[in-house]
Design a protein around this ligand. Structure first.
Ligand code: PEP
Ligand code: MG
Length: 289
């Protein structure tokens, strides 16, 4: 059996209960964004920004970052694109941030922690994304959030970037929704504390599984430990859905795995973000379920 999407596929699938599962795309390049458009993605659920900068010792400036994001947004014009703030650290070290070497990088200064520790870079980064999003439907998403204070601080930086751009009369997207990745167990254990502070949440099952089972996501010897389909992880996701009244998606690899995607939908997830190459397989699995 070859896996194919139906001709009329428009990024969603109706379930027997009348609800819809939405298919969003994970992308990191203009080519992937084009593929997402061609295959009917509802939007971009995860635009990863770090890959361009992986071995750079010089910080990319505002203009370069803006153009990079603009090129990825262009093919998906008219649809919502969730741009994730730079997720530096651990498996994605960024030399130009000059963070010091760590014994346990996965538990170190990464994601939002690294960004808040590098305020000059964060400001340029947010300005670049807001400018790239002018005339487009963008949202921002923060990686590795573990506590409310981080999002309060980020909102402060975001507001000050907006004021500065306004004063300089530079076109930019505003207002923008701000969401967070749910990938640190602490966040999922107390989702209610984020009420009113986040506009949406996206579960990063890659890191969440790693942290729930204390099992390095890159170590294949540990991959039989638990996993995203375990009751431990699914239980946390269920608690998240119950504890927060905002859209919740899943953008980790599990969303693109037919079997795991099915489990997520059975636990109440209605928005999946994955590589567009996985659409057909997941669509088939959900359709026959
Ligand atoms: C995740 O952790 O599941 C995720 C989507 O982000 P990344 O794989 O980039 O850490
Ligand atoms: Mg992650």
């Amino acid at each position: 059996e070859t896996l194919a999407l139906p001709e009329e596929f428009a990024g969603e699938l109706a379930l027997a209960d009348g609800s819809h599962v939405e298919f969003w795309a994970n992308v990191a390049s203009p080519a992937e964004a084009q593929e997402a458009r061609r295959l009917g993605a509802r939007g971009i659920g995860l635009l990863r920004t770090e890959f361009l900068y992986l071995d750079r010792w010089q910080s990319p400036n505002e203009e370069e970052q803006m153009q990079h994001v603009q090129k990825i947004l262009a093919p998906m014009s008219g649809r919502r694109c969730v741009v994730r703030l730079l997720d530096a650290g651990a498996d994605k070290p960024l030399p130009f941030l000059r963070l010091r070497r760590e014994e346990n990088p996965a538990l170190g200064l990464r994601g939002i922690r690294a960004l808040l520790a590098c305020p000059d870079f964060l400001q340029i980064h947010i300005r670049a994304i807001l400018r790239a999003g002018h005339g487009q439907d963008i949202a921002l998403m923060a990686p590795m959030v573990s506590q409310v204070q981080e999002i309060i601080e980020l909102r402060r930086v975001l507001a000050s970037c907006h004021s500065a751009l306004l004063e300089q009369q530079i076109d930019h997207a505003w207002p923008v929704a701000l969401g967070i990745m749910a990938e640190v167990p602490a966040m999922l254990l107390e989702p209610g504390s984020f009420r009113g502070l986040v506009d949406f949440v996206s579960v990063g099952t890659n890191d969440l599984t790693q942290y729930v089972f204390a099992a390095d996501r890159g170590d294949e010897r540990l991959q039989n430990l638990g996993g995203a389909g375990s009751s431990a992880v699914l239980g946390l996701i269920q608690g998240l859905l119950q504890g927060l009244d905002v859209p919740v998606s899943v953008c980790g690899e599990a969303a693109g795995n037919p079997q795991l995607a099915l489990g997520l939908v059975e636990h109440g997830i209605r928005r999946l973000s994955m590589s567009p190459r996985s659409f057909a397989g997941v669509w088939q699995a959900l359709r026959v379920a």
